[in-house]
Design a protein around this ligand. Structure first.
Ligand code: ZN
Ligand code: ZN
Length: 292
């Protein structure tokens, strides 16, 4: 929906919508003031496009603008990443290049009437995984009119637990997530890993998989085993304490269990999003663990 550079609105740069960032509230998009009367069709809702020697009327994109803004507002994007998009994603490692192209390809190829394989982003905290999940949902809503939802898995579990006191069944809370065309589950593996938590996750993702619906994930737990780095000031490992102290170095399979892990394998392409810690460490000649 981009205008030519000469006429692009300075507020929305031709997109037609702007996203407001209000701390503590989910991101909200609204119609830009420049769209009060559509600059392309003058408010008629149709554009004349050349077809051979004549012209045919086609619906103008503005007809979908409000509908798509509504879809964006239903995603549940956290305020901290309200403006995350493919364009604002910062590339600073080869992993970033690959991860963005996987996410963009998913969004471009996505079709509501055919199962689309999802993706799972894994890597250290702060590597941009949430940004990419949100960018994907944003693009699908605003550019393609596809509904999506974003949830942090721990918060979803809290909501389900709170539901018990309000006589709401887990299914009542999960139901909207079972039907939405694209669901993004963030912070996978952060939960304690009880059998109940695993069964909630399995129920949610298995039902979506069986319905042919795409699910995206992000997790701080790596797919492959990683050596635990030596960190100054830490007690010498004993076998019993190492498990607790080094929980962040558990693999994703250890965190979610084999049943859920093999389900994730069926549903998703696994993509590492790592900011290149080793490269930075070498460059700076420092042995400290970079926590970005
Ligand atoms: Zn504008
Ligand atoms: Zn229009």
């Amino acid at each position: 929906m981009a205008d030519t550079p000469q006429t692009a609105c300075p507020e929305c740069v031709g997109a037609g919508y702007v996203v407001d960032q209000v701390l503590g509230a989910p991101a909200r998009a609204r119609r830009c003031a420049c769209q009060a009367t559509c600059p392309r069709c003058g408010g008629s809702g149709y554009l004349l496009v050349p077809a051979g020697s004549s012209a045919v009327a086609q619906p103008c994109a503005c007809r979908y603008l409000d509908e798509r803004i509504g879809l964006f507002n239903q995603i549940g994007i956290p305020a901290a990443v309200a403006r995350a998009s493919f364009e604002t994603f910062k590339i600073w490692s080869p992993d970033h290049t690959r991860a963005r192209s996987v996410a963009e390809e998913f969004a471009r190829k996505f079709r509501k009437d055919a199962p689309t394989r999802g993706f799972l982003l894994y890597g250290t905290p702060g590597a941009g995984k949430t940004h990419l999940l949100v960018a994907t949902l944003r693009w699908l809503a605003l550019e393609k009119g596809v509904a999506g939802r974003y949830v942090e898995f721990m918060l979803l579990l809290s909501e389900i637990k709170a539901g018990f006191d309000q006589n709401r069944s887990p299914m009542e809370i999960l139901r909207p997530l079972l039907a939405v065309p694209v669901l993004a589950i963030d912070e996978l593996g952060k939960e304690r890993g009880t059998e109940w938590e695993r069964s909630m996750l399995d129920e949610l993702i298995s039902r979506r998989f069986n319905s042919g619906l795409a699910t995206l994930f992000a997790t701080n737990y790596f797919v492959e085993a990683r050596p635990v780095p030596e960190r100054p000031g830490r007690a010498v490992n004993t076998k019993s304490s190492a498990f607790q102290a080094d929980a962040e170095f558990m693999t994703l399979a250890q965190r979610v269990g084999d049943r859920v892990y093999s389900r994730l394998n069926e549903m998703c392409t696994f993509v590492r999003v790592d900011p290149g810690i080793d490269a930075r460490k070498d460059r700076q000649g420092s042995g400290s663990f970079w926590n970005g």
